[in-house]
Design a protein around this ligand. Sequence first.
Ligand SMILES: *Cc1c(COP(=O)(O)O)cnc(C)c1O
Length: 354
Amino acid sequence: MLKNSSEIDITRVTQSKIKDVDFENLTFGNVFTDHMLICDYKEGKWQKPIIKPYEPFLIDPSAKVFHYGQAIFEGMKAYKDENDDVWLFRPDQNLDRFNKSAIRLAMPEISEHIFIDGLKTLVDMERDWVKKGLGNTLYIRPFMIAIGSGVIAQPSTQYRFMIILSPARSYYSGEVKVTIAEHFSRAANGGIGAAKAAGNYSAQFYPQKLAQEQGFQQIIWTDDATHTKLEEAGTMNVFFRINDTIYTAPVSERILDGVTRKSLIELAKREGIKVEERSVLVDELVVAAKDGSLKEIFGAGTAAVVSPIVGFQYKETYYELPKTEDSIALQLKDKLTKIQYKLAEDTFGWTVKI
Ligand SMILES: *Cc1c(COP(=O)(O)O)cnc(C)c1O
């Protein structure tokens, strides 16, 4: 770990703001911890990382992030167990994906040393912000932006990598109804859908707003070419349970390779739940909804872990899902969160102690 100051420059706050935080009433992503990590890239290399008090910073108005959207991020969590140990969940997967996103956006890759060791040092400094008990987490947001100035449309030569941390509580999102995309697309073949790029989110906001005006919390995205294959639910991967098999689309150029998705697949296999990675067609879903074999639809992602969906709209018709007593979604969610909080044995070796 980058514990000593020869590898990382650390400036601490004089007084923590933790005592002003109401940990019982947190809205997601609004409160940040005392410190942040910054590491700049210039002259072809990453500079020494620093950890300093969380605060705004100056960037030139012509910085490329503002004009051409070179911005990528990750979303991870830290968990505290009953012995006050703090754990990360599969951080290697986030580093891998971050570097894949960087390559796709013509940004520099980052080392394990800066990303993982920097993250561990920062989270270790903020361990009081990670609260015990199921549902309490510290949300971790690593990101990279192009800070080089000049509005010429070419990749920046200067970048800033940062990590900020936000205490979070799991929340009940209410009943989630979705509408299936018939016109808009989140991603296209050859595009940036497989990268965790800021632009993928801004491109979703408008269709999502239209869906919300019609009473749907999320959109189930379909493939851009034919709108016949079901791909993701909003910013989550999506699973369908037909009879007793769960299905999710294979990862592709249009689908984000979610850590929650791949973990649920492995867990399901271990538990003897039938799981298939294959495209589910919209027509197939409608038929299954009509004949009663469609039992569950759920989104999967770090923020909500598993997000059950109660019904979907397609071509003006709303299909409501049956209430299930034996929800596979909730069963898998329970197994996964118990591993994350060290309440169940981690037979996969997914958890990493800080
Ligand atoms: C982040 C993200 C996911 C979920 O990935 P996790 O690693 O499970 O958090 C799924 N789809 C999209 C589009 C995403 O951006």
